[in-house]
Ligand binder design. Structure first.
Ligand SMILES: Nc1ncnc2c1ncn2[C@@H]1O[C@H](COP(=O)(O)OP(=O)(O)OP(=O)(O)O)[C@@H](O)[C@H]1O
Length: 307
């Protein structure tokens, strides 16, 4: 029987309605019962992150960054290279702690890596020595499912990502797009309430990338986690997201946020032809352009000093 990892279970709250026939309530439902304002899925409050440098100093990667992602919201983060996009994800994931400010997930401070958060990175995080089905079954096994339950679940997720028939292959026997599907199944099988994606499709060719983006939206719609999707590609950001956040050249802070009111469900290859897409692109690029130019100018100045 398919067990849902509920927010109540994640937070250690037992709930009178939960059980096999009564799915556990979502954070929104719990808040409604308690008469509270719905809490955000992710909240960064005036976060600054400094890293120690080799010469004994510190480097500020992000500064006073505030960002809110609602439950079920798809948020894309764009900004010039080195502005702190990946660092922002590490603070939400618990891989790093803020130097100042607060990182909250479902209203609780992030204290370390939480297994209820899913990740998909640019590099494939698959085990090369395991078959595709064993790769996807790894999460449920780790969470205590029996091997046969985990394999049944894994086969179901491989079907959802279009990989039925490839269960017994090894990752090196798959194309880059297929490996990415394995990575998505590997993450989504755990039904994460938070999904963090760091340029997941950037290594794929243009056509595969568009197909994978549409598939991602379809899969996201089935379980609706809150997503933070980091990308350099503004078109990809607009095509996927409910909200696009533009960061400044480093130290990164939020320069502007744009609501993307394009209709859903979206086919990424086609939504670009919607006249509103072009208008949104122009507006957001206006905010992004100066930051990209600033980051580029800094790199050029550094190169001149070094030569
Ligand atoms: N662990 C670390 N130690 C020291 N400096 C770091 C560390 N992690 C990141 N940085 C620095 O912080 C800055 C922001 O890095 P980050 O990877 O977050 O940027 P980014 O916007 O994701 O970059 P890109 O778009 O090129 O992937 C960079 O200058 C980077 O060198």
């Amino acid at each position: 029987m398919h067990k849902t990892i509920s927010i109540a279970a994640i937070n250690g709250n037992d709930h009178k309605h939960s059980g096999p026939d009564h799915p556990a309530p979502t954070v929104t439902q719990l808040n409604e019962e308690k008469g509270r304002e719905p809490m955000a899925a992710i909240e960064l409050r005036n976060v600054t992150k400094k890293f120690a440098t080799a010469d004994g100093g510190t480097y500020t990667a992000i500064e006073n960054l505030s960002l809110t992602v609602e439950e079920g919201q798809f948020c894309a983060v764009v900004g010039p290279t080195g502005c702190g996009k990946s660092t922002t994800l590490t603070l939400v994931s618990g891989l790093e702690q803020p130097s100042r400010g607060e990182a909250l997930v479902h209203g609780e401070p992030v204290r370390g890596i939480d297994t209820s958060t899913g990740f998909v990175f640019q590099q494939d995080a698959v085990f090369p020595w395991r078959s595709v089905v064993d790769n996807v079954a790894a999460g449920p096994l780790y969470r205590g499912r029996s091997r046969s339950e985990a394999l049944t679940l894994a086969r179901d997720w491989l079907r959802r990502v279009g990989l039925s028939g490839f269960e017994d292959r090894y990752p090196h026997q798959l194309s880059g797009g297929m490996r990415k599907r394995v990575a998505l199944a590997q993450s989504l099988i755990n039904q994460p309430r938070i999904l963090l994606m760091d340029e997941p499709f950037s290594a794929l060719d243009v056509q595969t990338r568009a197909i994978m983006s549409t598939e991602l939206l379809h899969l996201w719609d089935q379980t609706k986690p809150a997503v933070v999707f980091v990308t350099h590609d503004l078109e990809e950001a607009i095509a996927l997201a409910d909200k696009v956040v533009v960061l400044t050249a480093g130290p990164g802070t939020v320069k502007a946020e744009f609501e993307i009111d394009l209709p859903r469900p979206r086919v990424v290859q086609e939504i670009r032809f919607d006249p509103r897409f072009t208008r949104l692109y122009e507006q957001i690029w206006e905010a992004l352009r100066a930051e990209v130019a600033e980051a580029y100018a800094r790199t050029t100045r550094l190169a001149e000093v070094a030569s």
